[in-house]
Design a protein around this ligand. Structure first.
Ligand SMILES: O=P(O)(O)OC[C@H]1O[C@H](OP(=O)(O)OP(=O)(O)O)[C@H](O)[C@@H]1O
Ligand code: HPA
Ligand SMILES: [Mg+2]
Length: 179
């Protein structure tokens, strides 16, 4: 598995430091708002887990599973809801937790769904932002790192369901997906 990594972009320590920073920021801005923190499965599961442990104010959480990549490094353009939320978002302050914003299609779809369900406010926290690949106009409200136009894996992020369990984030060798 390690042989498939071209370069480590962020170490475990760097990721933890950034997640702590984001958690501290959200703790200030969401004090007394009892936000509903939504994890976008599967990619965001590790980030979500670390992030909520760094938020010191009351919150509730829920999970939604969506997929558009399959076993490709390019978005299919079709976002499928594989698992919906368990609770209504109407009247709630919602925080969407994403591992990465690439084309932006997943998030623009999700934001649209949650707006139509009458969320009171919607904010996006994304650990990684790959602005070069954006096809829709979208910026996260809270962001970890801006990354180059490379396919990255680890810390929840996969290629064809592999590499999610790496504790760091690295660039996948192009030869892994280019044949
Ligand atoms: O901005 P976009 O181009 O839409 O890409 C970002 C989305 O793609 C990945 O999910 P994926 O569809 O691979 O599902 P997964 O989280 O289960 O890996 C990632 O976790 C984001 O949710
Ligand atoms: O760079 C990426 N890595 C893993 N999953 C992704 N989904 C969109 N972009 C990426
Ligand atoms: Mg994926």
């Amino acid at each position: 598995m390690l042989n498939d990594i071209q370069e480590v972009l962020y170490s475990e320590e760097e990721l933890q430091a950034k997640v702590a920073e984001l958690g501290a920021q959200l703790s200030v801005e969401y004090a007394d708002k009892n936000p509903l923190v939504i994890c976008v499965l599967k990619g965001a599961f590790i980030f979500m887990s670390d992030l909520v442990q760094n938020i010191t104010v009351p919150l509730e959480l829920d999970f939604m599973a969506v997929s558009s990549y399959g076993s490709s490094t390019k978005s299919s353009g079709v976002v499928k809801i594989l698992k919906d939320l368990d609770v209504p978002v109407e009247g709630r302050h919602v925080i969407i937790v994403e591992d990465i914003i690439d084309s932006g299609l997943t998030l623009s779809y999700l934001i649209d769904v949650l707006e139509r369900r009458n969320a009171l406010s919607i904010a996006v926290v994304a650990l990684f932002d790959k602005p070069k690949r954006r096809t829709v106009d979208l910026e996260p409200d809270y962001k970890g790192f801006t990354i180059p136009d490379e396919f990255v894996v680890g810390y929840g992020l996969d290629y064809a369901e592999k590499y999610r369990n790496l504790p760091f984030v690295g660039i996948l060798k192009p030869e892994i997906y280019s044949h």
